[in-house]
Design a protein around this ligand. Structure first.
Ligand SMILES: C[S@@+](CC[C@H](N)C(=O)[O-])C[C@H]1O[C@@H](n2cnc3c(N)ncnc32)[C@H](O)[C@@H]1O
Length: 407
């Protein structure tokens, strides 16, 4: 196989990252975007390495049984999702397989995948990027922005509010700017715009009151509601903000919270790192845990203090807090961590000194597997993991993994 060569390929699987996978006649694995298991494709080789190649899809010669019609005309060009043409059950089997490959060989039991939401309309939080004459999501493997006027993955209230914001912001924002939205109780929406051009704030402020928009953050300045209540119908208020972190979908988050709470059990002295606004803290405290919550973003910690007054909260980098507590000889019945995609490598030596029981919530099974190997070497072994499909139509998969010290 050489660059520019054209050949036909049968797709046999889906890889983490979104590409479809097949094997070339010479045995090399070939990664190609847009393929579906069972497809017979005509492809062109873009890059050929010793063990694998990357290729572009030229034509679907014969569609696989799991190929479905995409709902969005931008599917294939927009990088917001990768698998709209793959039947949902096949997407989910691929995600479960990724997690089994990542953790199974460490002796971890993998529960059946949890799939809490339907395939569309589930995103209650999203961020659009401003490009050159476009506002939308970035194209696959590119920084080019694809203009997105509507997205079937978005909750209808978020779709309508972002469409309104796009119209107001078009030509008023610098490339690289962002428009983020978060849906709360009663389908009200909080928005955050970053990168407004001089003089554009007055127009942007008129968004309040349109399409359910109750609050705006314009380049860090707040107008209207400062944040939004995202709690479920029978829950105490939970304040979150469009310029802060929230899980991608509300239904998925409820399932994630249930799994984390079930793994945590009731009571105990608990350290929570990367606590955000207190999404899990509220359930830990409700179950009787005495929680020390650590979060790097001071605005998030301020919301956490309001959301969960009974927790002790500190605004501090997780690495520093873990090292400080371990050096002081502190011990916790449980440590819960929910780090960003890069994982928790700098913390791992401290974690093993702080606890015999760790729950690791991960949005990247590759960094989770890397950290799990290091934790196992330090005595904390992965016992049980549950994968969750919180982002259908994309390759993303969330994992809740429980680690315990043997003996
Ligand atoms: C994946 S989010 C999880 C938040 C929360 N657990 C939730 O479910 O909403 C990761 C959080 O870690 C915070 N964060 C990122 N890097 C950090 C660091 N080095 N130290 C402490 N917090 C950090 C972010 O601000 C964010 O709130």
């Amino acid at each position: 196989m050489i660059r520019g060569e054209r050949l036909s390929l049968t797709i046999t699987g889906l890889a983490f990252g979104g590409d479809a996978v097949g094997r070339a006649p010479d045995g090399r694995v070939v990664f190609v975007a847009g393929g579906v298991p069972g497809d017979q494709l005509r492809i062109e080789v873009d890059e050929a390495k010793r063990d694998f190649a990357r290729a572009s899809l030229l034509e679907v010669l014969s569609p696989g049984a799991s190929r479905v019609a995409a709902r969005c005309p931008l599917s294939g060009s927009c990088g917001g999702c990768q698998w709209q043409e793959v039947a949902l059950a096949v997407q989910r089997a691929a995600k479960q397989a990724v997690v089994i490959r990542a953790l199974g060989r460490l002796g971890c039991t993998i529960d059946p995948l949890c799939a809490p939401s339907d395939g569309f309309g589930y995103r209650t939080r999203a961020r659009l990027t401003v490009g050159d004459g476009a506002i939308g999501f970035q194209a696959r493997r590119s920084h080019r922005v694809i203009d997105v006027t509507t997205c079937p993955l978005l909750h209808p209230a978020l779709d309508a509010a972002l469409a309104e914001a796009r119209r107001a912001a078009f030509g008023q924002m610098d490339p690289g700017g962002t428009i983020a939205g978060l849906v709360g109780r009663g389908d009200l929406v909080h928005l955050a715009l970053e990168g407004l051009r001089a003089g554009a704030a007055a127009t942007a402020r008129t968004l309040i009151g349109r399409a359910g928009i109750v609050g705006l953050v314009l380049d860090a300045v707040r107008f209207g509601a400062r944040d939004i209540d995202t709690a479920g119908a029978s829950e105490p208020p939970f304040h979150a903000a469009a310029d802060g972190f929230a899980q991608a979908g509300d239904t998925g988050n409820h399932a994630l919270r249930r799994i984390v709470a079930a793994s945590a059990g009731s009571s105990g002295r608990t350290l929570e790192l990367y606590a955000g606004d207190g999404n899990f803290t509220r359930d830990l405290v409700a179950a009787g845990h005495d929680v020390l919550a650590v979060e790097g973003d001071p605005a998030a910690i301020a919301r956490l203090r309001r959301n969960v007054p009974a927790a002790t909260a500190t605004a501090e980098p997780a690495e520093r807090a873990a090292l400080r507590l371990a050096s002081q000889g502190e011990k916790f019945d449980l440590v819960l961590i929910d780090p960003p995609r890069a994982g928790a490598r700098p913390l791992l030596p401290s974690l093993a000194r702080l606890t015999s029981r760790l729950i690791y919530v991960s949005c990247d099974p590759m960094t989770l597997a890397r950290d799990a190997r290091d934790l196992a070497a330090a005595g904390l072994r992965p016992i049980r993991a549950t994968a969750l499909d919180l982002m259908p139509q994309t390759y993303h998969v969330e994992v809740v993994c429980l680690f315990e010290r043997a003996g």
